[in-house]
Design a binder for this molecule. Structure first.
Ligand code: CAA
Length: 265
C-alpha cells in the first residue's frame, strides 16, 4: 500500500498490483451502518473519479465493513423532504455519476446491503459477497420505493417475478440466495471476501487497460436506452412518494423504532 487519503465518510487506498495499482474505497459511517448520506456519496463519487483519472489505477474495489456494506440511503436525511425539495435537490443525480466511471468496479459486500446499499452494489460491475451478506430492497417498508436504480437493475438481473417479489415484500435475501439468483459472482467466508475482491481486481489490473475499458463499455451497452428511461421513470416515482403521508409515517416510524401504520395517503 503506497498512499491513503482519508475523507470524512470514506477512506481510500491504492494497493500495488504488479506494475499498476488497484484503488480501494471503503465506506466508513459505522454508527449508522454506512447509511449513504449526500456527503458520503459526494466523497465516494469524487474518489471514484480520482481513481478513474489516475492512469496507474487499473481496477477499483468498493467495500464497507464486515457488519455493513451499507444499510441504505440515509433515512434521517430524507425523512422531512417533499416531492419538490427532492426534485430540486436531485441528490440521487450524484449517485448516477458512478455509471460514468470507465474502470471496472468490484463491490466487496458483507453484512447489510439494503436499499441504496443494494443499489450501490448493483451499480458495480462485479459483486463478491461474504457469507454474512444480506441483500434487499426494503424501501416498501418505509412507504417508498427504490430510487437509485433498484427496480431496473434488479429486474434485469432476476427477471420480473423474483424482482417483483423482492421489491413488493422488501424481504432481505442471503448471499447464498443472491448467488443462486445470479446477483453475485462469488460468496466467501467473511475473512476472505475482501481479499478475493482485491485478487480479482489485481487479475483485471494485469490486462490491457484499454481492452478492459472497452469490454466494460460493451457489456454495459446492453443495458442502454431503455435502462435510462427506466431509471428516469423510477426516480420520478421515488420523488413523488415524498408527497405522501405514508413516506413521512414510514420514515418517522423507522427513526422512532416503531411499526409504521400506513393509510394509503
Ligand atoms: N438511514 C439512517 N440511519 C440508519 C439507516 C438508514 N438507512 N440504517 C440504519 N441506521 C441507523 C439506525 O437508525 C441506528 O441509529 P441509532 O443508533 O442512532 O438509533 C443505527 O444505524 C443502527 O441501526 P439499528 O439499531 O436499526 O441496527 P439493527 O442491527 O437493529 O438493524 C437494519 C439493522 C436491519 C439494517 C436496520 O437498521 C434497518 O432496517 N435499516 C434501514 C434499512 C432500509 O430501510 N434501507 C432503505 C433506506 S431508503 C433507500 O435506500 C432509498 C433509495 O433507494 C435511494
Amino acid at each position: 500500500m503506497v498512499m491513503t487519503i482519508t475523507y470524512k465518510n470514506i477512506t481510500t487506498a491504492r494497493e500495488e498490483a504488479g506494475q499498476a495499482f488497484i484503488g480501494i474505497a471503503t465506506l466508513n459511517r459505522p454508527s449508522v451502518l454506512n447509511a449513504l448520506n449526500h456527503e458520503l456519496m459526494t466523497e465516494l463519487v469524487a474518489a471514484l473519479q480520482e481513481f478513474d483519472q489516475d492512469e496507474t489505477v487499473r481496477a477499483i474495489v468498493i467495500t464497507g465493513s464486515d457488519r455493513a456494506f451499507a444499510a441504505g440511503a440515509d433515512i434521517k436525511e430524507m425523512c422531512d423532504e417533499t416531492t419538490v425539495s427532492m426534485m430540486l435537490k436531485d441528490r440521487l443525480a450524484t449517485w448516477d455519476k458512478i455509471k460514468n466511471i470507465k474502470k471496472p468496479i468490484i463491490a466487496a459486500v458483507s453484512g447489510f446491503a439494503l436499499g441504496g446499499g443494494c443499489e450501490l452494489s448493483m451499480m458495480c460491475d462485479i459483486i463478491i459477497a461474504s457469507e454474512t451478506a444480506q441483500f434487499g430492497q426494503p424501501e416498501i417498508n418505509i412507504g417508498v420505493i427504490p430510487g437509485a436504480g433498484g427496480t431496473q437493475r434488479l429486474t434485469r438481473v432476476l427477471g420480473k417475478y423474483k424482482a417483483m417479489e423482492l421489491t413488493l415484500t422488501g424481504r432481505p435475501f442471503s448471499a447464498k440466495e443472491a448467488l443462486e439468483l445470479g446477483l453475485v459472482n462469488k460468496v466467501l467466508p467473511v475473512e476472505l471476501y475482501l481479499e478475493e475482491a482485491k485478487a480479482m481486481a489485481r487479475e483485471i489490473a494485469a490486462k490491457s487497460p484499454i481492452a478492459v475499458r472497452l469490454a466494460k463499455e460493451a457489456v454495459l451497452k446492453s443495458f442502454d436506452g431503455t435502462l435510462d428511461e427506466g431509471l428516469t421513470f423510477e426516480r420520478k416515482n421515488f420523488y413523488m412518494l415524498f408527497s405522501s403521508e405514508d413516506q413521512k409515517e414510514g420514515m418517522k416510524a423507522f427513526l422512532e423504532k416503531r411499526k409504521a401504520v400506513f393509510t394509503g395517503r
